[in-house]
Design a protein around this ligand. Structure first.
Ligand SMILES: [Zn+2]
Length: 287
């Protein structure tokens, strides 16, 4: 992407290099990575976080001393600037879309962190992957995640892959503002796990769709290969891709985010139509 001349968003808390002062689970090998990916792009971080931390802590646990600060590398500084500019572009797009639909856009915040972070949805580690917390309207993102996506899961990488992740999480903010997330949580209550998972897939695919709508609105900043980077990332984070990699087989009932094909389909649909009204993943998948 070419973001020359784009301002960095002011709605960013850059907590990278800062110690959280709490117990931090690091690394932990394969198990941590599994949960890392299961949690990826989860809309509501509340129910799963404790679970994950218990598991991850079977890995290496270290006590970080508070006040400790690590200096960012030039690359990390660049990556941060890029994320902040992308966030500006999401503010521009969604501010306008909401206005067109007669609503105010209550801007979310982007929190860049390393290792561990406290949120209104509980504490999380980098192993949680990027996520949106509806409780505080913040997107949490450890940018080092993008390296994992590339090295372990074969995504092409590239700057637009990062943009896609941010746009997907902002998509969950839109769902929160529109009341879709709350409605889905309500519908999930009392349902079987398989049915609840299906609803979760609809929500996730809609966030991918919104990411596509955002990309369409920002076409002028795209460079050759950018859309392919997003599609490659969407492909890598499909439930089937992750499951076959992690457990050697695929069980569709346990999908929470959608298959690679579905994720690509809905991102593309958003990109091609640029119209939020075309993103009814619920009717498309549940009937
Ligand atoms: Zn998500």
């Amino acid at each position: 992407m070419d973001l020359n001349g784009i301002e960095e968003s002011e709605n960013v808390e850059d907590r990278r290099g800062m110690s959280s002062g709490s117990k931090v689970a690091l690394g932990g090998g394969g198990l941590a990575i599994v949960f890392f990916l299961l949690r990826m792009f989860l809309p509501d971080s509340t129910p799963l976080i404790d679970n994950i931390q218990n598991q991850v802590q079977q890995g290496q646990t270290t006590e970080a001393s508070s006040g400790e600060q690590t200096e960012l590398t030039p690359q990390q500084i660049e990556d941060g600037k890029f994320a902040k500019k992308i966030f500006t572009l999401t503010e521009n797009t969604w501010g306008q879309v909401m206005q067109e639909n007669g609503m105010d856009y209550e801007q979310p915040k982007l929190v860049l962190f390393s290792n561990a972070v406290e949120t209104a949805c509980g504490s999380a580690t980098s192993a949680s992957g990027p996520f949106y917390c509806p409780g505080d309207h913040k997107v949490y993102f450890d940018l080092e995640f993008m390296k994992e996506l590339k090295s372990r899961f074969g995504a092409e990488g590239g700057d637009f892959a990062t943009a896609y992740v941010i746009a997907h999480e902002v998509g969950h903010h839109i769902q929160t503002l529109l009341g879709t997330s709350a409605k889905v949580r309500q519908l999930q209550e009392g349902r079987s796990q398989a049915e609840a998972n299906k609803l979760s897939v609809c929500l996730e695919l809609q966030a991918d769709f919104y990411a596509g709508v955002w990309a369409r609105d920002n076409q002028q900043y795209l460079e050759e290969g950018d859309i392919e980077e997003a599609l490659s990332a969407a492909n890598a984070v499909g439930d089937d891709a992750i499951q076959s990699k992690m457990q050697g087989h695929v069980n569709q009932e346990t999908f929470t985010h959608g298959s690679s094909e579905q994720r690509i389909y809905w991102f593309k649909k958003g990109y091609q139509t640029g119209d939020i009204k075309q993103g009814d993943t619920f009717s498309a998948l549940l009937n």
